[in-house]
Design a protein around this ligand. Structure first.
Ligand code: QV4
Ligand code: CA
Length: 512
């Protein structure tokens, strides 16, 4: 009996690290600023058929609207209430999206902004996405309702009320992040309001949450809130399934707060991953791909089963939170595809793919002053739909990285090699590297300025394979280059440094 109870307890806890994706689906995609109607359609027509496990959505609750002169993307990070109406759609559209995505096995992960409400300078009125009245100066949000005693104004010890020193954990948790009114998460009332909001989403059918600004919340408060959460909706999930939690904690080392403080609650974003991978692929600071042999914990990252990993996110692709010049984005598409290829082939962490909208970058003194620009929108500020072109790419300013052949095929590669060990590493001591995943898949990179011509042990069964980077298997044909694995598992790879994409990947589902 004791053993049984223990097993149940372990099962309950460990589930928060489990993304709840359908078996054989191993990645999620962040459809940044997409409308609910478009996400529902994308689940059905693209994400389901191509093996994506889920979607991280932009915050679904009511937020401030800022119109000076156009609406920035970041208004979504200034909550006004927990009503489900936002720039992406209303309550009914949200429920329709969750149902339709769940029905095709693509699950929804909500970006939960629970550390704060809008900025202290947010003003008074009904300039909010559902038209709810609020008064930022008076700390009054009647649509929740929250009032002045639900905020940390009295608790913060800095003169400005702002976070002034990231080395001081108290300031980081109890003071205001860029003037955002900081909620008093130690109060039962505030905890209950947040848990009610998250439980409403769970009942609708979401599979988990990104905790925005988790570093700015005490782990103990988050633990109490997550303990109040119900199990997932059994219409789609097994009995007793717990919501997946991944927490946004930026820890590049050297600050007062470390990611490990949050492991008791769920997974945590590993920001070192994209920063380091970008440095290696750009060949900065003497880095080379040969050093990736012990990628993962060997590079000082958190344990793999606690990590949520990504090449770039909606902040650091535009110089916000932990944005550094090394971060690879769609603007550097050739290097970006290699970065995604490496991430999706490598077993470390749970992987998230970014899907962006583009904007005209305008650099002034090393800073992009257009970093605020919002998604494609009409003159009234409402977000435009995502048009799909005949060649399957997206129109307007929607970049749809997840629809790029190389990236989508690597999402499939990761599913095919799921559970297989990292194996058969090879490198030339410089920037030509290769590795496999057991006997299911193999990938080769040439990031040197010269040709790669090497016969490598792949671990794969003999036969002809279609490279899923230069093309893909279509029926019995291969639209890209073919690779022949001989009876000993060896194959000759020839990759020019001038190839459109200087890497190649084969797996057992792309065998001809
Ligand atoms: C400005 C000044 C303040 C000043 C204030 C006065 O910067 O110093 O006190 O005016 O009113 C926007 C503006 C910002 C403005 C603020 C309040 O950009 O200039 O303050 O609003 O009006 C996003 C954006 C922020 C944006 C915020 C709210 O990145 O620029 O602020 O949304 O709209 C750290 C954190 C990490 C965080 C990261 C960006 O540790 O948690 O910074 N990342 C998450 C999200 C991110 C989001 C937030 C947190 C906040 O991923 O997108 O910030 O919810 O590293
Ligand atoms: Ca806080």
């Amino acid at each position: 009996m004791k053993l049984l109870l223990l097993l149940v307890a372990v099962g309950l806890c460990s589930a928060q690290y489990n993304p709840n994706t359908r078996s054989g689906r191993t990645s999620i995609v962040h459809l940044f600023e997409w409308r609910w109607d478009d996400i529902a359609a994308e689940c059905e027509r693209y994400l389901g058929p191509n093996g994506f496990g889920g979607v991280q959505i932009s915050p679904p609750n009511e937020h401030i609207t800022v119109t000076s002169p156009w609406r920035p993307w970041w208004e979504r990070y200034q909550p006004i209430s927990y009503k489900l109406c936002s720039r992406s759609g209303n309550d009914q559209q949200f429920r329709d999206m969750v149902t339709r995505c769940n029905n095709v096995g693509v699950y929804i992960y909500v970006d939960a902004v629970i550390n704060h409400m809008c900025g202290a300078g947010g003003g008074e009125g009904t300039h909010s996405s559902c038209g709810s009245y609020f008064n930022a100066g008076a700390r009054n949000f009647p649509a929740v309702p929250f009032s002045s005693w639900d905020f940390n104004d009295g608790k913060c010890r800095t003169g400005s009320g702002e976070i002034e020193n990231y080395g001081d954990a108290y300031q980081v948790r109890d003071c205001r992040l860029v003037s955002l009114l900081d909620l008093a998460l130690e109060k039962d009332y505030v905890r209950d309001k947040i848990a009610d909001f998250l439980n409403t989403l769970i009942d609708i059918g979401v599979a988990g949450f990104r905790f925005d600004a988790a570093k700015h919340m005490w782990p103990g408060d988050l633990k109490v809130i997550t303990d109040k959460l119900r199990n997932l909706n059994t219409q789609w999930f097994p009995n007793g399934a717990r919501p997946f939690i991944f927490q946004e904690v930026i820890d590049l080392g050297g600050e007062g707060i470390s990611t490990s403080e949050y492991f008791g609650i769920g997974r945590v974003t590993e920001f070192k991953y994209g920063a380091k991978l970008g440095t290696v692929i750009r060949k900065w600071n003497g880095e080379k791909m040969a050093y990736l042999r012990n990628w993962g914990e060997g590079w000082g990252f958190m344990p793999s089963d606690r990590a949520l990993v990504f090449v770039d996110n909606h902040d650091n692709q535009r110089g916000h939170g932990a944005g550094g010049a090394s971060i690879l984005t769609f603007y550097d598409s050739r290097l970006y595809k290699m970065g995604l290829g490496f991430m999706l082939a490598h077993p470390y962490g749970f992987t998230r793919v970014m899907s962006s909208f583009s904007w005209d970058r305008y650099w002034v003194d090393g800073k992009d002053v257009n970093d605020w620009i919002g998604p494609p929108s009409y003159s009234d500020g409402s977000t435009k739909p995502v048009p799909i072109k005949p060649d399957t790419t997206c129109g307007d300013r929607w970049v749809c990285e997840h629809r790029w052949r190389q990236i989508r095929n690597m999402v499939i590669f990761r599913n095919v090699v799921d559970g297989q060990p990292f194996s058969n590493w090879w490198d030339n001591g410089s920037n030509q590297v290769a590795f496999g995943r057991g006997n299911r898949g193999f990938i080769v990179f040439n990031n040197n300025d010269w040709h790669l011509d090497a016969t490598l042990y792949t671990g794969l069964p003999s036969g002809s394979y279609c490279d899923v980077i230069s093309g893909q298997k279509e029926g019995d044909c291969c639209s890209g280059r073919q690779i022949y694995v001989d009876g000993n598992g060896n194959a000759r790879f020839q990759i020019s440094n001038n190839d459109e994409d200087p890497f190649a990947a084969i797996h057992v589902d792309a065998k001809l």
